[in-house]
Design a protein around this ligand. Structure first.
Ligand code: ADP
Ligand code: GLC
Length: 484
């Protein structure tokens, strides 16, 4: 039986992206199709999304959705069905998806994303003339109200529909003052410890995690970690209380987008059997970053510049990295103080450290294709995609042993090297001594060319396509639909 699923997200490639959530939401429809699941994506009608809506059929018109006129339009995300929530009062703005051009969160984010949740519940509740939806899949706090509306305020007369709440990052919870509750259109009983209430306010993420039939996170290790106070960010009690209703399914990568054999961004395409061709990419990358050629490895970083990503500790090890013959090309944006410190490090080490502040998709591909090793010193990492791109491109991942990083990289210890299994370098704990030691170990491995090549080849052979994770989601959907 083919399943009809509505996936609700606040970003999806190729239309709008601030991080890995967009890669995943954009890849899911194709990942699920071979498993008999038709996935329709519901996205807010930001300007970049509205530009792609051509001849979109109007599926529903709201006089007022959380206070703004709105429409549901049918459209396409690539080859797959999409529904756009066109509400200019909420989404037709210059700036970021979640904040103004200066980076400050929009004051009405609670209303903008409650509207998304309400619309999702209306769609699966049959308010639009589309084939019946069997399940709702919500991603992160921006979609968290969708399962809550389904549970507390479904479309009148509609049959119950199961839901999945995927947590891509516990650190972002969508928490608002209690005053917003009265505008949400929820019955009083939703203001409860097992409803949307959290520390006397409203938490969109908690609301979704309480209401959904099942919670998933994006790696098995993170699913375990969030049971503890260190990683649960206050919601660990809820996670523990939901027991086996919390699962971990690791993200895949989209090989149509990320494949070194065909990537149009690379000066030279290559495979695991033609690693020698990477040299041309490395030279081009050195030029692009104004780096001098050298005998040591060229490290890369592609990251949001935040505490989560351990970028403060990275800053501390840069002198050491350069001192032992390494070089660094970094692309990222985020914390303004970190941006300034990185620029200062580049000025201190001309020709050895190159920094590009900003967001550049094409450059991120060229870095994976030309860098020797990618550093990912995250303090926590629900899944992480850049290490997966590193594996696919033979850019050896050097990662903290946490979350999805622990689940996807096999450390190059002596046993793993001997067994031909090593795919990268792992270290435990994100602080100066451990990161400096990991960088030293990577440089030493790099100077053993046979070992290094073997690690690169193993990495490129590791299978992080969507095949197995697509089937895991499909299985979960079927389990929930048949239990309904
Ligand atoms: P997170 O979603 O927590 O930021 P992930 O590793 O899951 O971390 O995903 C990050 C995604 O964003 C990857 O696709 C990565 O290549 C991309 N990315 C991050 N920073 C930049 C940047 N400055 N320029 C281009 N791509 C970036
Ligand atoms: C979040 C997490 C990241 C994960 C991504 C996609 O942004 O920080 O670890 O890979 O979501 O699931």
């Amino acid at each position: 039986m083919a399943l009809n699923v509505l996936s609700v997200a606040s970003e999806a490639v190729p239309l709008v992206k601030t991080g890995g959530l967009a890669d995943v939401a954009g890849a899911l429809p194709a990942a699920l199709a071979p498993h008999g699941v038709r996935l329709t994506t519901l996205l807010p009608g930001y300007p970049a999304v509205m530009r792609t809506v051509k001849r979109g059929k109007v599926l529903h018109t709201y006089d007022s959705l959380l206070g703004e006129p709105a429409r549901l339009l049918s459209s396409k995300l690539g080859d797959h069905p999409m529904i756009v929530l066109d509400a200019p009062g909420f989404y037709a703005r210059e700036g970021g998806l979640y904040g103004d051009p200066a980076g400050k969160d929009w004051d009405d984010n609670w209303r903008r994303f409650a509207a998304l949740g309400r619309a999702a519940a209306d769609v699966v509740g049959g308010m639009v003339k589309l084939p019946k939806f069997d399940l709702l899949h919500a991603h992160d706090w921006q979609a968290g109200m969708a399962p809550a509306y389904l549970r507390f305020a479904p479309v009148a007369g509609s049959a119950p529909v199961p839901s999945v709440m995927t947590v891509h990052n516990m650190a972002f919870q969508g928490y608002y003052a209690r005053e917003v509750f009265k505008y949400l259109g929820l019955p009083k009983r939703a203001w409860a410890i097992d409803g949307v209430e959290y520390h006397k306010g409203v938490s969109f993420l908690k609301a979704g995690m309480e209401a959904a039939s099942v919670i998933t996170t994006v790696s098995p290790t993170y699913a375990r970690e969030i049971r503890s106070a260190e990683f649960g960010m206050g919601l660990e009690g809820l996670v523990v209380s939901r027991g086996d209703r919390v699962r971990g399914i690791v993200n895949g990568i989209d090989h149509a987008e990320w494949n070194p054999a065909h990537d149009a961004q690379l000066p030279a395409n290559f495979t695991a059997r033609s690693l020698g061709k990477r040299a041309a990419n490395k030279r081009a990358l050195e030029e692009e970053f104004g780096l001098e050629p050298g005998d040591g490895p060229l490290f890369i970083v592609v990251s949001r510049l935040t505490w989560q990503k351990g970028m403060d500790v990275l800053l501390e090890v840069l002198d050491h990295l350069v001192g032992i013959g390494g070089r660094l090309a970094l692309l990222g944006s985020g914390d303004r103080a970190m941006e300034a410190e990185l620029a200062a490090a580049a000025a201190r080490h001309p020709g050895r450290i190159g920094v590009r502040i900003g967001y550049d998709e094409g450059l991120s591909h060229r870095m994976q294709g030309g860098g020797d090793a990618i550093l990912v010193p995250s303090r926590f990492e629900p899944c992480g995609l850049t290490q997966l791109y590193g594996l696919a491109y033979g850019c050896v991942p050097v990662v903290a042993r946490t979350g999805g990083l622990a689940d996807t990289v096999i450390d190059a210890n002596l046993a793993a090297i001997a067994a031909g299994a090593a795919t990268g370098v792992q270290f435990s704990g994100v602080d100066y001594p451990t990161l400096a030691a990991a960088v030293s170990r990577t440089v030493a491995l790099y100077h053993q060319p046979d070992v290094w090549r073997a690690i690169q080849r193993n990495a490129m052979k590791a299978d992080f396509s969507w095949n197995s994770s697509g089937s895991a989601y499909a299985e979960l959907y079927r389990e929930l639909v048949s239990a309904q």
